[in-house]
Design a protein around this ligand. Structure first.
Ligand SMILES: Cc1cc2nc3c(=O)[nH]c(=O)nc-3n(C[C@H](O)[C@H](O)[C@H](O)COP(=O)(O)OP(=O)(O)OC[C@H]3O[C@@H](n4cnc5c(N)ncnc54)[C@H](O)[C@@H]3O)c2cc1C
Ligand code: FES
Ligand code: FES
Length: 1325
C-alpha cells in the first residue's frame, strides 16, 4: 500500500490518514473526522449495536470479498487498513434516495427515537448481503435468500429501547424468501383484504443487483497481499510471520506492548492506557488459518469466533460434537463481536484476566490443547494446564493456536459418545455473559444384557460461575468412571459438585450458580437412567409471531390515519441530527463530570492522580465558578423544586456531581474525570442514610405538599370489620429501573454576544432548562436560548436529569467563552441517573370468603434519594392506578424518604407502574390465602361503574366511557383464555421440569391534560411550519402534530386542502420562539400539542375564510396555494400562536387496558420464557393508530424489563452497581413474547378529549405485570410439586420479587430441587 499509509474507504469515499493515535477507534474517527453521523455511541463496550458498521475485506489472491458487521466503538482504526466501511447513510440517503431497508423500516413503523435504527439497518443489510452469497436457490423477485429464521437472529445483538422489536423483525422478515406477506405485522404497504401479489408489489422494491453494494474498485487496486502500515508513523506493527513477531517482541522488551486481534476485549476491561506499540496479530498465517487433519482441527489464535463457528459446522461428518461446540459459540457475545473477536483473544482474557469465558469451558470438555510461543520456543499444552499458568499477558508468551481433537463416536456397537453444552443467561440467544456454563462429554456403554448404562469415561467442565477460570470436575469424572448410572450414583455426583463449583466471595448469587451446575449435570445424565427415560426440557426454538388490530378512522382525516412517522427513513439512514451530531465548532471543548464516590462526606479537595494534570485538560469547574448573582441550581420541577448543580462542601450521595472537568476532546475529559482524586472528610458526620428504614429511624423525609395528600376512601375500620379474613402487615419491596435511552445525556452550549448563551440539549423540558441556566448564570432569561430538535429516547430521564448537563455546559461556556459539548459515557449516565423510585410497601387487607375485598390499608415508604427532584409528587402519581380495584374502603399513608442514595426521578409511568402493581400483589395474595383462582378474585374486585365513580369521582367520566369490563370479556374470547387455562393445567400435570402460568391483568391509568403552546406559520408557497411545546422523543408527537395541522387547516375546505399533509413541517423546540413549552411527560403531550395546534389552525382558517369566500364568489373555486398567495398579497397575517389550557373540570381522564400473558418457567435454570401476550388497549379515537400501536408494544416491553430483567441496585456505600450493558439487561429480541397480539380499541367519541383521543405512552407499561403474575403462577405450580414431594405441608406462600430474574425464580422453585427429586427416586417413590 502506497507509502505504508493507512488507506481505507467509507461509503465508497477514499480516506488516507497519515498519522493517528493507534488507540483511536473507528467510531472516534468516523464521528470526529468525517461527515458520517449514522454511527452512534450507545455504550462504547460492544453491548448495544448502535455503532455497528459493515466491514468489507478484499482478498486479491482469491478475488473474494468478505463482508461482516463489526462494532466501530471497539475496532481500532489502524486495523481496518485496506478495508471498506459501509454505514447506514452509505446504503442510501436523502440525496441519493433511500435504501429499501430504510423505507421498509419506516413503513413498518419500526423506528421511534431512531437512535438505534442505523445500527439495525446495518445488521439487516449484512444479513441480506451474506444470504445473497449463499448457494440457496434464487428467491422470487423482490426477496432475498435470507430465511425468516435468520431475520430475527440478524438483529439479536442490537438493543432498542423504544419499539419492543416486533416491527423491526417484521421489516427484516419482509425481505425473507420464505416470508408469508400476510403474516407480517402492521405496515403502511399492505392493506388488509388485498391480494398477496398486490401486497408484495407495494413493498419498496429490493433488487440484490442494485441494492447490494460492491467493494470499491479503487481500493482493490491499492491492496497488495501484504498491507503494512509504516510502523514509525503509527506505532502499529503488522508482522507477517511468527519470526517477525518474535523479533518485534524481542526488540521492544522495555516497551508496553498491546497484542491486538479484534480489540473487543477492551469493551470489558475499558483500558484507557495508550501502549508504546501495537502488534496486529491478524496477518500471521499460523495465527489466522484453520487447519484440519485426521486427529482434529487446529484454529489459529487470531481466527475470529465467527470463522471458527463456520469451520466447526463444516465438520458435521465427525459426529455432532463440533456442531454443538459451534452452536454454543453462536451464543457468545453478539454477531458483531464474534465477527471481530478472536478465539485466542477469548482464551487469553480467560487465562490472564479471569474473564468468564464460554469458549474455555466448551473446549475443556473436549480436551483441547493450545500451542504457545515463548521467546523462540514453542510448546503444546493441554488447555487445562494453560489456564493454570501465571498470566500470559504478564509474560512474553503468545498464544498461537488451539487444537480440538476429533472424538470418534464409533467405539463399539454398545458404546455411545454423548456431548452437550449448557449456558444459563438472561438472554437466551446472545449478548450476555452467563451465570454459569458447562460442557459434558461422556462415553457410555450398555451394561451387560440389561438396559443399564455405564459411564466408561467422561469430561465435565464448568465455567463463568465466579471461579478463577473454567475448570474440569475431575473428582466427579473419576467417581463416575466405570459406574452404572442410577439415581444413587447421580445423587452422589451432584452432591460432590457442591465442593467443586465454588464461586469466589464477591460473586453474586453463589448458591444459584451451584444449583445451575447441579441442574445441568442432572439434565445431561438423567435421560440415561433407563427406567425413567423421560425428560421434558428439550423443545424446538420458536419464531416470533404477532397480530395487530387497529381501527383507522377518517372522521378527522388525516388525523386517525396510520401515517408513517415523520423523518423515519432519515432516522434509519442516520441523517437525523441528534445533539452530538451537531458539527463541532472551532475551539469547542468537552466536559465530563467528576462524581462523588462517598455517600455522605465533606469535600476537602479535588485534584488528579499523582498531582499531574491529565492530557488535554483546560479547566476544572466547581461551585465556585458560578458567577456572582447566579445560583447553584441543577433543575426545576413544575412545583418549582430545585437542587444543586454541584455539591458545595458536602457530598450527599455517591454519584453526586462535584465538578466538571473540561478538556480538548470528550475522550480526554472522560479520562481526566476517571483520574480525579477527591479527598473526603467524614469526621463528626452522621452515618449516611442508605435505606428507607434508616430514613424512618432518623425522620428524614421530604415534605409532601398538602395538595398531594391521598384522601381516604370510605371507612377502613368498617371495611375491616366486614371482612371474613385479613392479611396483616404484609411487606414487599420494589426496586429501581434505569431509563436506558440509547442516546446518553448530551448538550452543547455556545456563548453568544451580549452575555447570551445558546444551548442545544436532548431534553424533555427545554423551558425549565432555560430558566435554570439563566438562574445559574445570573442572567436574564431573555439572554438564554434552548433548542431541542429530537431526543434519542427519554422515558422521563431527560426531564430534570438532563438539565444539569445542559446547565454545566452553559456554565463552562460562559466562563471559558468557548463552545462546550458534553456527551455522558454510559457509566457516568447510569451512576447519576437515579431512575425509578424504589419503595417498601406494607399493607393490611380485609376480604370476604368469596374474594371480595372490603378494606385496604397501605403504608408506603418511597426512597427519594439525596435530592428532592419530583419525589414529593410521587404519592400523587401512585394514586391513579392504585384505585384500579374496588377495595371497598381504602387509606394510604405515603412517606417520601430523604436518603443518601441517588436522587430518583420520573421514569415512564412514575409511581403509576408501582401503584398498579401493588394492586396486583394484593389480589394475588388474597387469592392465594383463600386458595382461589386469582382471575376470579380479580374479576370480583373489578370496579362497577358505581364503585369507579366512588374511587375516581368526576375523573371516572360517563358510564359508556368505562370500557374496562367489556375489554376484560373481549380479550378472554379473542385470546382463548379459558381453553388455555385448561391447557396450562394439563401441561403442568405432565411436566416435571417446566411449569407454565397464565394471567390476566387489567389497568386503570389516570391521565392529565396540560397547558401547551403551539404556533402555525404559513409560507408564501403554501408550505407550513408547526411549532409546539412538546418534544419529539420517538413517541410520534411530530407526526400527530403534522396530521393535526393538516386537519385543522384543511377545515378551510378549499381545493386540495385534503392534501396538506406533505406541506407541513414540524420544527425543533426553541424556547425563544415559543415560550411556556412546559414538560414532555405524562403521556398527554402529543394530544395537548395537537389541541394547541388545532387552536392555531382555527385562528388561521377564520382569517382566511372571509377572503376565500370572496374569491369563491368570483371564481367558483380556489386552491390552497392561490389562497395563500392572495393572503400574502392582502397582507393577512399567516402566523398564529395559541396556548391550549384544558378545562379544570375535564382535564383528567381514565385509560383502560387488559393483558393476558402466558409464560413457561424452567425449573432447573429459573429462566422464564414469555410464550404469548395478548393486549387490548383503549386508545379512544387514536390520532395515529400506527404510532399508538408502537407506543403500546414498546411500553409493554419496557415493562417486561422492569418486571423480569432489569436490576438497578446500589451497594453498601450507595454506589450504583449496574453501570453498563454488561450488567444492566434491557429486553432484547429474544426476551419479548414469542407471540404478541395487540388490539388498539377505538372507543369512540368524547367531547372533553382532544378529537376523542387517549394517551398511549405510559399506561400499557403496567400491563407487563401480567408477565410477572403469570410467572408467579408457574412458580406456584413448581412449589406445589416440591411440597408434594416433601410431604411436609403446603406452601406457606411466597412473594415474587421484582425483577423476577433467573436467580430469583430458581430460588423460589427450589435450589435443591434436583437433590430432592433424586432422594425421592432413591427412596423408590
Ligand atoms: C459485548 C461482549 C460480549 C461478550 N460476550 C461473551 C460471551 O458471552 N462469552 C464469551 O466467552 N466471551 C464473550 N466476550 C468476549 C469475547 O469473546 C472476546 O472479547 C473476544 O474473543 C476477544 O478477542 P479479540 O480478538 O477481540 O481480543 P483482543 O481484544 O484483541 O485481545 C484481548 C486480550 O488478549 C491479548 N491477546 C489477544 N490475542 C493474543 C494472543 N494470540 N496471544 C497472547 N495475547 C493475546 C490482547 O493483548 C488483549 O490483552 C464478549 C465480549 C464483548 C465485547
Ligand atoms: S456503542 Fe458500540 S456496541 Fe454500543
Ligand atoms: S427506536 Fe430503537 S432505541 Fe429508540
Amino acid at each position: 500500500m502506497a507509502g505504508g499509509n493507512l488507506v481505507f474507504a467509507v461509503n465508497g469515499e477514499r480516506f488516507e490518514v497519515s498519522s493517528v493515535n493507534p488507540s483511536m477507534t473507528l467510531l472516534e474517527f468516523l464521528r470526529s473526522n468525517t461527515d458520517f453521523r449514522s454511527v452512534k455511541l450507545g455504550c462504547g463496550e460492544g453491548g448495544c449495536g448502535a455503532c455497528i458498521v459493515l466491514l468489507s475485506k478484499y482478498d486479491p489472491t482469491s478475488d473474494r470479498v468478505d463482508d461482516f458487521t463489526i462494532n466501530s466503538c471497539l475496532t481500532l482504526l489502524c486495523s481496518i487498513n485496506g478495508c471498506s466501511i459501509t454505514t447506514s447513510e452509505g446504503l442510501g440517503n436523502t440525496q441519493k434516495g433511500f435504501h429499501p431497508i430504510h423505507e421498509r423500516i419506516a413503513g413498518f413503523h419500526a423506528s421511534q427515537c431512531g437512535f438505534c435504527t442505523p445500527g439495525m439497518c446495518i445488521s439487516i443489510y449484512s444479513a441480506l448481503l451474506n444470504a445473497n452469497k449463499s448457494n440457496e436457490s434464487q428467491p422470487s423477485p423482490g426477496f432475498s435468500k435470507m430465511p425468516v429464521s435468520e431475520a430475527e437472529k440478524s438483529i439479536s445483538g442490537n438493543l432498542c429501547r423504544c419499539t419492543g422489536y416486533r416491527p423491526i423483525v417484521d421489516a427484516c422478515k419482509s425481505f425473507a424468501a420464505d416470508a408469508d406477506i400476510e403474516d407480517l405485522g402492521f405496515n403502511s404497504f399492505c392493506k388488509r383484504g388485498e391480494s398477496k401479489e398486490k401486497m408484495i408489489a407495494n413493498l419498496p422494491p429490493y433488487n440484490p443487483k442494485v441494492h447490494l453494494l460492491n467493494f470499491p474498485e479503487f481500493l482493490k487496486k491499492e491492496i497488495v497481499p501484504y498491507n503494512v502500515l509504516d510502523q514509525a508513523k503509527y506505532s502499529w506493527n503488522t508482522p507477517a510471520s511468527i519470526s517477525e513477531l518474535q523479533n518485534i517482541l524481542e526488540g521492544n522488551q522495555a516497551a508496553s506492548v498491546n497484542l491486538v486481534a479484534g480489540n473487543t476485549g477492551s469493551g470489558y476491561y475499558k483500558e484507557q492506557e495508550r501502549y508504546d506499540i501495537y502488534i496486529d496479530l491478524t496477518h500471521i498465517p499460523e495465527l489466522s488459518t484453520i487447519r484440519k487433519n485426521d486427529t482434529g482441527i487446529e484454529i489459529g489464535a487470531a481466527v475470529t469466533i465467527s470463522k471458527a463457528i463456520a469451520a466447526l459446522k463444516e465438520e458435521s461428518k465427525f459426529g455432532n460434537i463440533f456442531t454443538k461446540i459451534a452452536s454454543h459459540m453462536e451464543k457468545v457475545a453478539n454477531n458483531f463481536i464474534r465477527n471481530s473477536g478472536s478465539i485466542g483473544g477469548n482464551l487469553v482474557m480467560a487465562q490472564s484476566k479471569g474473564f468468564p469465558s464460554d469458549i474455555t469451558t466448551v473446549l475443556l470438555a473436549v480436551d483441547a490443547s493450545v500451542n504457545i510461543m515463548n521467546g523462540e520456543k514453542q510448546e503444546k499444552l493441554r488447555l487445562e494446564d494453560f489456564l493454570g499458568l501465571p498470566s500470559v499477558l504478564e509474560s512474553t508468551k503468545v498464544l498461537l493456536s488451539v487444537e480440538i481433537p476429533f472424538w470418534n463416536a464409533s467405539t463399539g456397537a454398545n458404546t455411545d459418545l454423548i456431548f452437550e453444552t449448557y449456558r444459563a443467561a438472561p438472554y437466551p440467544l446472545a449478548s450476555t455473559l452467563p451465570y454459569l456454563n458447562a460442557a459434558f462429554l461422556a462415553q457410555v456403554s450398555r451394561h451387560g444384557s440389561s438396559n443399564d448404562i455405564m459411564v466408561d469415561k467422561c469430561l465435565l467442565s464448568f465455567g463463568s460461575y465466579g471461579g478463577e477460570h473454567s475448570i474440569r470436575a475431575t473428582q466427579i469424572e473419576e467417581f463416575l468412571t466405570r459406574k452404572v448410572l442410577n439415581h444413587a450414583v447421580l445423587y452422589e455426583a451432584v452432591r460432590l459438585l457442591g465442593n467443586i463449583v465454588v464461586p469466589s466471595e464477591d460473586t453474586s448469587y453463589p448458591e444459584y450458580r451451584k444449583s445451575l451446575a447441579i441442574g445441568f449435570l442432572f439434565e445431561f445424565f438423567y435421560p440415561l437412567i433407563a427406567t425413567d427415560n423421560h425428560f421434558d426440557l428439550e423443545k424446538p426454538p420458536t419464531l416470533l409471531s404477532s397480530a395487530q388490530q387497529l381501527i383507522e378512522s377518517n372522521e378527522y382525516f388525516p388525523v386517525g390515519e396510520p401515517v408513517i412517522k415523520v423523518g423515519a427513513a432519515m432516522q434509519a439512514s442516520g441523517e437525523a441530527i441528534f445533539v452530538d451530531d451537531i458539527p463541532s465548532l472551532p475551539k469547542c471543548v468537552h466536559g465530563a463530570f467528576i462524581c462523588s464516590t462517598q455517600p455522605f462526606a465533606r469535600i476537602k479537595s479535588i485534584g488528579f492522580k499523582e498531582n499531574v494534570i491529565p492530557t488535554g485538560v483546560l479547566a476544572l469547574i466547581t461551585v465556585k465558578d458560578i458567577p456572582q448573582g447566579g445560583q447553584n441550581i441543577a433543575y426545576l420541577t413544575s412545583d418549582l423544586d430545585s437542587g444543586p448543580l454541584f455539591a458545595d462542601e458536602l457530598a450527599e450521595s455517591t454519584g453526586q456531581r462535584i465538578a466538571l472537568v473540561v478538556a480538548d476532546t470528550q475522550k480526554h475529559a472522560d479520562i481526566a474525570a476517571s483520574l480525579a482524586i477527591v479527598e473526603y472528610d467524614m469526621e463528626n458526620l452522621d452515618t449516611p442514610i442508605l435505606s428507607v428504614e434508616d430514613a424512618v429511624k432518623r425522620s428524614s423525609f421530604y415534605e409532601v405538599p398538602s395538595k398531594y395528600y391521598l384522601p381516604p376512601i370510605g371507612d377502613v375500620s368498617i371495611g375491616m370489620s366486614e371482612a371474613d379474613f385479613k392479611i396483616l402487615s404484609a411487606v414487599f419491596r420494589l426496586g429501581s429501573q434505569y431509563f436506558f435511552y440509547i442516546e446518553p445525556q448530551a448538550a452543547l452550549a455556545l456563548p453568544d454576544e451580549d452575555n447570551c448563551v445558546e444551548v442545544y440539549t436532548a431534553s424533555q423540558a427545554p423551558q425549565y432548562t432555560h430558566t435554570v441556566i439563566a438562574n445559574c448564570l445570573g442572567i436574564q432569561e431573555h439572554n438564554v436560548r434552548v433548542i431541542t430538535r429530537r431526543v434519542g429516547g427519554g422515558f422521563g430521564g431527560k426531564t430534570t436529569k438532563s438539565t444539569p448537563v445542559a446547565t454545566a455546559c452553559a456554565l463552562a461556556a460562559h466562563k471559558l467563552q468557548r463552545p462546550v459539548k458534553m456527551y455522558l459515557n454510559r457509566k457516568t449516565d447510569m451512576v447519576m441517573a437515579g431512575g425509578r423510585h424504589p419503595m417498601k410497601i406494607t399493607y393490611n387487607v380485609g376480604f370476604k370468603s368469596n374474594g371480595k375485598i372490603t378494606a385496604l390499608e397501605l403504608e408506603i415508604l418511597i426512597d427519594g434519594g439525596f435530592d428532592k427532584d419530583v419525589s414529593p409528587k410521587m404519592p400523587n402519581f401512585m394514586w391513579g392506578p392504585m384505585r384500579k380495584y374496588d377495595w371497598g374502603a381504602m387509606s394510604v399513608d405515603v412517606k417520601v424518604c430523604k436518603t443518601n442514595l441517588p436522587s430518583r426521578t420520573t421514569m415512564r409511568a412514575p409511581g403509576e407502574l408501582q401503584g398498579s402493581y401493588i394492586g396486583e400483589v394484593i389480589i394475588e395474595n388474597v387469592a392465594s390465602s383463600l386458595n382461589m383462582d386469582v382471575d376470579a378474585v380479580r374479576k370480583t374486585n373489578l370496579h362497577t361503574y358505581e364503585s369507579l365513580t366512588k374511587f375516581y369521582q368526576q375523573t371516572a367520566g360517563d358510564r359508556n366511557e368505562y370500557t374496562l369490563p367489556s375489554i376484560w370479556d373481549k380479550l378472554e374470547i379473542s385470546s382463548g383464555f379459558k381453553e388455555r387455562v385448561e391447557m396450562v393445567k394439563e401441561f403442568n400435570g405432565s411436566n416435571v421440569w417446566r411449569k407454565r402460568g397464565i394471567s390476566r391483568v387489567p389497568i386503570v391509568h389516570q391521565c392529565t391534560q396540560r397547558a401547551t403552546p403551539g404556533k402555525v406559520s404559513i409560507f408564501s408557497d403554501g408550505s407550513v411550519v408547526a411549532e409546539v411545546g412538546g418534544i419529539e422523543l420517538g413517541q410520534g408527537l411530530w407526526t400527530k402534530v403534522q396530521q393535526m395541522t393538516a386537519y385543522g387547516l384543511g377545515l378551510i375546505k378549499c381545493d386540495g386542502s385534503e392534501k396538506l399533509l406533505e406541506k407541513i413541517r414540524v420544527v425543533q423546540a426553541d424556547t425563544i420562539s415559543l415560550t411556556q413549552g412546559g414538560l414532555t411527560n405524562g403521556s398527554t403531550t402529543s394530544e395537548n400539542s395537537c389541541a394547541a395546534i388545532g387552536l392555531c389552525c382555527e385562528i388561521l382558517v377564520n382569517r382566511l375564510k372571509p377572503m376565500m369566500d370572496k374569491i369563491l364568489e368570483k371564481t367558483g373555486s380556489v386552491n390552497w396555494d392561490t389562497l395563500v398567495t392572495q393572503a400574502y398579497a392582502q397582507t393577512l397575517s399567516l402566523s398564529a400562536s395559541a396556548f391550549y389550557v384544558p378545562e379544570t373540570s375535564s382535564k383528567d381522564y381514565l385509560n383502560y387496558g387488559v393483558a393476558i400473558s402466558e409464560v413457561e418457567v424452567n425449573l432447573l435454570t429459573g429462566a422464564t420464557e414469555i410464550l404469548r401476550s395478548d393486549i387490548i388497549y383503549d386508545c379512544g379515537k387514536s390520532l395515529n393508530p400506527a404510532v399508538d400501536l408502537g407506543q403500546i408494544e414498546g411500553a409493554f416491553v419496557q415493562g417486561i424489563g422492569f418486571f423480569m430483567l432489569e436490576e438497578y441496585t446500589t451497594d453498601e456505600n450507595g454506589l450504583v452497581v449496574q453501570d453498563g450493558t454488561w450488567n444492566y439487561k434491557i429486553p432484547t429480541v429474544d426476551t419479548v413474547p414469542k407471540q404478541f397480539n395487540v388490539e388498539v380499541l377505538n372507543s369512540g367519541y368524547h367531547k372533553n378529549r382532544v378529537l376523542s383521543s387517549k394517551a398511549s405512552g405510559e399506561p400499557p407499561l403496567h400491563l407487563a405485570s401480567s408477565v410477572h403474575c403469570a410467572a408467579r403462577s408457574a412458580i406456584r405450580e413448581a412449589r406445589k410439586q416440591i411440597f408434594a414431594w416433601n410431604k411436609d405441608g403446603s406452601d406457606p406462600g411466597f412473594e415474587l420479587p421484582v425483577p423476577a430474574t433467573m436467580p430469583v425464580v430458581k430460588e423460589l422453585c427450589g435450589l435443591q430441587i434436583v437433590e430432592k427429586f433424586l432422594e425421592l427416586k432413591i427412596a423408590g417413590k
